[in-house]
Design a protein around this ligand. Structure first.
Ligand SMILES: C[S@@+](CC[C@H](N)C(=O)[O-])C[C@H]1O[C@@H](n2cnc3c(N)ncnc32)[C@H](O)[C@@H]1O
Length: 325
């Protein structure tokens, strides 16, 4: 492992840094995610209990199956607060884990979460295009919602294959498909516009968030457009991984009706005061999403083309070492 001291988090970027970030997606990622790290779990309803453990393990098993579990060592790229890796560890998929992220703030929160859960995890600040670990270090590399932020995705796949042991597996999930991202964004924009305008009516004033909070959300959305670099066609993503040298590559998609309903619901929830969202509403929204996901999996995935679904996940392996004759 490279022996360097990781940089410290910078949750309060200067105006000059923010200006520079608009022309530099990696700097934008560090500033945006350092700023978000402390509130990220709350914002995205991330937990480390049965709900997220079964979500993470179901997603993993849907693309990679259960063979090979538990993986003795695994590393996560773009771990954020540790949602994917820590829940996979709790679900018995991984024994020992390493979290990495471009944002020092995210690595700090992920390590804190791991410590609270009593999990065997270390962490590094790392750019996916230049991973600071030796060749052949891990049995598994995972990532969730990270590939679409990386400028050179094929370079990242090459690095993943370098740090994997021969025969080791990678699993990336939670990436937006090209078509899914298009309808999710349109639905999100429409819901935001409707909610923030309808709540201007005097009778609905209590449902309106303070203007400065709405302005802050709009500024965050503008920076989000800088950090979100790609959407993926499943077949193209497979070709990118194969081109980097992976074998047994397979992309799988999920969420169609769940995304058509889920994106407006999530945007509505972000546009109104949090105290208006009762426990009953949250449970209703969650169970609706679960039911629609089941319809997508059991029915729609059999009849619709995979490109239409919102999420794409991909797995593959590093070629096994040649056997000596
Ligand atoms: C959308 S967040 C997902 C976080 C977490 N995996 C999850 O699903 O909750 C994307 C994460 O990728 C990180 N990231 C962005 N670009 C990166 C890069 N080039 N190398 C490593 N991590 C990166 C960000 O800092 C951020 O924490």
């Amino acid at each position: 492992m490279t022996d360097v001291i990781d940089p410290a988090p910078n949750p309060h970027a200067s105006a000059e840094e923010v200006r520079a970030a608009y022309a530099d997606p990696k700097l934008a990622n560090v500033l945006y995610h350092d700023w978000e790290a402390g509130t990220y779990d709350e914002k995205w309803s991330i937990s480390y209990d049965e709900r997220c453990i079964s979500y993470a393990t179901d997603v993993f098993n849907a693309v990679a199956g259960e063979q090979g579990q538990p993986y003795p060592t695994a590393m996560e790229l773009g771990s954020g607060t540790g949602f994917f890796l820590l829940n996979l560890m709790q679900g018995g998929v991984i024994k020992k884990g390493s979290v990495t992220d471009l944002s020092p703030g995210m690595v700090q929160v992920a390590l804190r979460n791991a410590e609270k859960l009593g999990l065997d995890v270390d962490g590094r600040v790392a750019d996916a295009e230049r991973i600071p670990y030796d060749d052949n270090s891990f049995d598994l590399v995972v990532g969730h919602a990270v590939l679409h932020h990386i400028p050179d995705v094929q370079a990242a796949f090459r690095e993943v294959l370098r740090v994997l042991k021969p025969g080791g597996r990678f699993v990336f999930a939670g990436e937006p498909t090209r078509i899914g991202d298009f309808y999710a964004r349109k639905l999100g924009q429409l819901t935001w516009w409707l909610t923030t305008n309808v709540t201007k009516l005097p009778a609905l004033r209590e449902w309106r968030r303070p203007q400065e909070e709405l302005d802050e959300s709009s500024r965050a959305a503008a920076l989000e457009a800088v950090v979100d670099l790609h959407t993926f066609d499943p077949s193209e993503l497979e070709r990118t991984a194969l081109g980097a040298g992976a074998v047994d590559v397979k992309a799988v998609t999920d969420e169609f009706s769940a995304a058509l309903v889920g994106w407006p619901v999530r945007t509505f929830e972000a546009a109104v005061p949090q105290e208006k969202l009762t426990v009953r509403w949250r449970l209703f929204a969650y169970h609706l999403w679960l039911r629609l996901s089941a319809v997508d999996k059991k029915l729609l995935s059999k009849v619709l083309p995979r490109e239409l679904f919102y999420n794409v996940m991909i797995t593959g392996t590093k070629p096994a070492a040649p056997t000596e004759l």
